[in-house]
Design a protein around this ligand. Sequence first.
Ligand code: GKR
Ligand code: MG
Length: 468
Amino acid sequence: MLGMHRRGAGDTVYIAKYIERYRIRINAPVACCHQDVRRYVVERAMKVSDVRITPIAFRDAPVLNASGIHEPYALRTILEVECDNGMVGLGETYGDAAVLSAVRAVAPALAGMSPYDLNSMEAQIRQILTALPAAQAGTELAPGSHPSKQVPNCFSAFEVAFLDLQAKAAGVPLHQLLGGAVRREVPFSAYLFFKYARHIDADYADDPWGEALDPEGIVRQATRMINLYGFESIKLKAGALHPDIECATIRALAQAFPGLPLRIDPNAAWSMETAVRVAGELAGLLQYYEDPVAGLGPMAELHRATGLPLATNMVVTDFDELRQSIAQNAVQIVLSDHHYWGGMRRTQTLAAICDHFGLGLSMHSNSHLGISLMAMAHVAAATPKLSYACDTHYPWVEDDDEVVMGGKVKIEGGCVRVGDEPGLGVSIDRARLERLNGIFERIAIRSRDDVAQMRKYDPAFDPGKPRF
Ligand code: GKR
Ligand code: MG
């Protein structure tokens, strides 16, 4: 028995005493006790023995936003935390160079740690990362890649893997560690983008979505996405084309999908004047109005001027900004994201604060794969006051670019289901992970840069805000 879990002589005495006490208490046969107790001890005493960090790249469509256009490949980092009992916990985070070097810097310090010790893991991360030279700027549209988010982002990546391990050891789905699922079907929205038919510099065939540069193109895109995944709400990424085209697109969507909630998100590309005008034009058509203008003060002013519920993943990205926003009534809906709010449990704290202050809660997304999707689904499943369908870029992932076993996670009826499988409920497909790592090693992209990519199409492109 002791050989099984590779522990010292101290453990022998402890286990023997435990078995004896346990056997007497429940009057069970010794053999059965040995087995159960061994399982209990091995799992409770597990320690991190190996941390594997794999940067990957996967195909991304030429979709437009206020900062430019996506590059042909999106980057992610896959974390596998293995314990001495052979269990593996998974995590997924940004693949930008600063994030990758942060998780790489932290990994060796996790050896020997118990996956139950989330507090000491966070303290270690804080200590290691604050001692490193300051990270360079992150991407504006990926808040989790900002230097100020390095600690919460890095902690979150490992917290998911540690919670995956804890849940696997207990033989329960991860949502049970978060208080249990209040919903098994987690709703997501159709995330639409204006886009070109092809990248200027891709080394692969065109994506199946085609061009969408006008209302008709977006209605076609929405129809395809809804037919494939059954979404019951729609988000339009705006701030890319002239606001008149974007308003006409919302009107066309309202006509094509009557009754479906609609959101528009120009990522703070609009002036106050434009945002007020658009609010008037789209009156009655929007479920919420996401980040029309830049800054907490202007968001508060816009809300006073229009009365529309404003949502954000740009001006409220941590608890301090949340406090300031509440003081000014700047936003009425916060888009959570466990990747930079400091993990799944802090996302639940955020949810509780939002509930307390009467704020709505939705969920933000950047380009991601199935481990992140399942982490998002588990925390959303265990968050009672999730007021809106979550965002996800997942429909934009090509079928064979998923690294989880069995291929892409299913989205049916617009929902991701959280089941009863232990942990996150997904495992790694090694061959696919290696293939995507091979792509990462081959390409030159090391940090997301939508602006530089757009300048390949339009050398005069200026992302300065407000753009319109
Ligand atoms: O990927 O183009 C994009 C999005 O604009 C993304 O970067 C944003 O962070 O989806 C995000 C949002 O809701 O603002
Ligand atoms: Mg947004």
